[in-house]
Ligand binder design. Structure first.
Ligand SMILES: [Zn+2]
Length: 584
């Protein structure tokens, strides 16, 4: 049976130890200001870039980027798992770590409740002809309803009575997002009511969360379980429990947007496919895919949002060395395409899928007609960022050649500009008027996180005005999520590291824990407020730019006066709110 160590015990053990004292048992340390320094044991080096902070109880190597807290250090040094590292440390300080097996962790209890409710919803759909017909109308077969355990969330009353009969804990139901409490009369009600239910399973087939869709056109169309101890939308892929084996075998995956895309294609015989559960791909999801496949075929929805999404997740895939291909299918989404034109047509489209760069060049050129020199530079500008992430020189050469042909620019000058771009840390030299905003955004987000890691109350300042979804850098978003999820706890870097299994995130947290001289002597809450305002202003600004571009395109196409007018109004409202914010 898997041994379980409670987070409280982990925290207790870390509170009882001093990272400096532990690491000094393994390495000679020298004092450097308020920190300690030594040669990094994890990479070859001649000057010390391995720093330990007694104040934050973390270490970080600024040479190779490894970092974390005392457990991370032991895991790396002794080459052991997290529970083993906890065990080693517990022994050193004479604490027993394992609880009785009967007291299984809260996660197990949550999985069990979710599974029980999934069964209940599934039994409800068997009694509901309308819900079944809705799925049949969309081409789903009854065996798929069983395989994916689709369900029906009944009325609030029926759900509450099921919970009472099954003796489910109200507190846990609230934590899992099944129950809400009315602010008017204080009564509980069901969060999912009269909706089709799509249970979401982890790779190991545990029921971790739910998606729910309305039958009619009412809004919101989809509801999801909120984040909980066992569910984080950005860290899972829908269908992974069924697709894993086939993905490993074929080294390929088809990535789609929605639940019904997965189910429809699966029942037609494509088994290596998953859906990202949100609007954009996250770093964690990409890392999951990388474990299984070399090539990712994207088949996202056809609407313009879908196209933007396509472009948003891709840099992450490329950075991780995955091949990316875009399937251009007919129909509004893959499910619709297969329903109308059959599986063979879809498979044919997959055969013809363009590599991402070919697709991107095509889209950029289509969207920038007529191709003036200025527009060509703009295209090159935006593509260089992506190109920089491509690891293979062979592929890169090929793309630069294609790009020069497509834009009728000399291949040689394009190549030398690209080399210069890489050397000068993303500073582009073709045209000074085109600015790059991306790195700055990332810096601002990191600073905001540093502020939050400094002071508990800064978190409260940020939480409401700048939710984690607003962060654009994937690691920043992930860390913000973690921070906001912790409630009523003393949130320190080391505490957060204990709650993440992700190495990259650990090092990211430790790197942010140093490197904050600019925050010394600053009013932290005020700094938090300022950083949030700056980021919100920036977000509005870029939204405004995006809408302006969209409006120009509409005007060029002509015949869309209503849409142009509407966009114009949105732009001027944004402009107003930017100005108001500035005056505050
Ligand atoms: Zn190192």
């Amino acid at each position: 049976m898997a041994r379980y160590i409670s987070p409280e015990k982990v925290d207790y053990i870390s509170q009882q130890t001093d990272i400096v004292q532990i690491i000094s048992q393994y390495l000679p340390l020298t004092k450097a200001g308020k920190d300690y320094k030594t040669l990094c044991p994890f990479h070859e080096e001649k000057t010390s870039s391995f720093v330990i902070s007694p104040e934050k109880q973390v270490f970080h190597c600024f040479g190779c980027g490894v970092g974390g807290n005392v457990f991370t250090f032991l895991m790396k040094w002794e080459n052991v798992s997290f529970p083993e590292a906890v065990g080693i440390l517990a022994k050193k300080i004479g604490v027993s770590v394992y609880k009785e097996d009967k007291d299984r962790g809260p996660k197990e209890q949550f999985y069990r409740i979710n599974a029980q409710i999934a069964e209940f919803f599934h039994s409800q759909i068997k009694k509901n002809k309308i819900a079944q017909d809705y799925l049949y109308d969309r081409g789903l077969k009854s065996k798929s309803i069983d395989l994916f355990k689709l369900g029906w969330a009944p009325s609030s009353q029926v759900f509450l009575s099921f919970c009472r009969k099954s003796n489910l804990s109200r507190d846990k139901l609230k934590k899992l997002g099944f129950l809400k409490t009315s602010s008017q009369n204080g009564n509980d009600y069901a969060y999912f009511r009269e909706r089709i239910i799509f249970p979401i399973f982890s790779f190991s087939k545990k029921t971790i969360g739910f998606g729910a869709r309305v039958l009619d056109e009412s809004l919101p169309k989809y509801l999801n379980s909120p984040s909980s101890l066992i569910f984080d939308k950005g860290k899972n892929l829908y269908g992974l429990d069924l697709a894993g084996e086939e993905m490993r075998k074929t080294k390929e995956v088809i990535l789609v947007e929605g639940y019904t895309d997965v189910i429809t294609l699966y029942q037609e015989g494509i088994h290596n496919l998953v859906a990202s559960l949100g609007t954009s791909l996250t770093d964690s999801q990409v890392r999951i895919l990388k474990r299984y496949v070399d090539t990712v075929f994207l088949a996202y929805d056809k609407d313009s949002a879908g196209e933007a999404v396509t472009i948003r997740g891709i840099d992450l895939l490329l950075e991780n060395g995955l091949q990316v291909k875009i399937i251009s299918f007919s129909g509004k989404d893959p499910a619709d395409s297969v329903r109308k034109n059959g599986l063979d047509a879809f498979l044919e489209a997959k055969e013809k899928a363009l590599s991402y760069m070919d697709y991107r060049i095509k889209i950029d050129i289509d969207n920038n007609q007529p191709l003036t020199l200025e527009k060509k530079l703009k295209i090159v500008n935006s593509l260089f960022f992506t190109l920089k992430k491509i690891k293979s020189k062979h592929i890169l050469d090929d793309i630069l050649r294609k790009l020069s042909q497509a834009l009728k620019l000399s291949e040689e000058s394009l190549r030398s500009e690209f080399n210069r771009f890489c050397k000068e840390k993303n500073k582009f030299s073709f045209s000074r008027t085109l600015k790059f905003e991306v790195p700055k955004q990332e810096e601002m987000e990191k600073r905001l996180l540093q502020i939050m890691l400094c002071d508990q109350e800064a978190i409260e300042v940020v939480k409401d005005d700048f939710p984690s979804d607003n962060f654009t850098h994937p690691l920043c978003r992930e860390l913000a999520q973690e921070i906001f999820l912790c409630q009523n706890d003393e949130i320190t870097p080391s505490y957060l590291i204990n709650r993440t299994v992700d190495e990259t995130l650990c090092s990211f947290i430790s790197s942010l824990s140093f490197n904050d001289p600019s925050l010394q002597g600053v009013n932290i809450q005020q700094a938090a407020g300022e950083a949030v305002r700056a980021l919100i202003r920036r977000k509005k600004q870029s939204k405004k730019e995006q809408l302006t571009l969209e409006m120009k395109e509409c005007e060029q196409r002509g015949g869309e006066e209503e849409k142009v007018k509407n966009l114009g109004q949105q732009i001027s409202q944004l402009q107003k709110s930017i100005l108001i914010r500035e005056r505050e």
